[in-house]
Design a protein around this ligand. Structure first.
Ligand code: AMP
Length: 111
């Protein structure tokens, strides 16, 4: 999608410091970090958020979930928090599904 920030990063039209890339996924730091380490992991394919997933995305999502720990480990994280905001009410600002990896210091309690 031409007006999607993350599609433009995938297309190389916007800059990002890639920390992981394969044929299906891309990871880069958040432009506005909320933790010592704050990475975003996205599918290259434009999918709005979790609500837009269908059975056709099962393989991609399995790959994404299995790759998250590798990206965290490669960036020095042993403990981390994964967040995926879903929908306007959750605070989702970029409507291209992404998984925040937050870590690098002890995170404040969440539950
Ligand atoms: P969310 O509120 O869950 O949609 O999160 C959007 C995330 O994308 C936030 O961490 C933003 O700081 C980040 N973000 C927005 N634009 C860019 C960009 N051009 N490069 C890197 N991160 C971005």
């Amino acid at each position: 999608m031409s007006d999607c920030v993350f599609c433009n990063i995938v297309a190389g039209k916007l800059p990002a410091q890639k920390v992981y890339e394969d044929d299906q996924l891309l990871a880069f730091p958040s432009i506005d970090p909320k933790a010592e380490t704050h990475l975003l992991v996205i599918p290259k394919q434009h999918i709005e958020n979790l609500n837009a997933l269908t059975a056709e995305h099962a393989e991609l999502m399995a790959h994404l979930m299995l790759t998250l720990p590798d990206i965290a480990a490669a960036n020095g994280l042993t403990g981390y928090r994964i967040i995926t905001n879903t929908g306007k009410e959750s605070g989702q600002e970029v409507f291209h599904m992404h998984f925040h990896i937050l870590g690098g210091a002890t995170l404040p309690g969440f539950n």
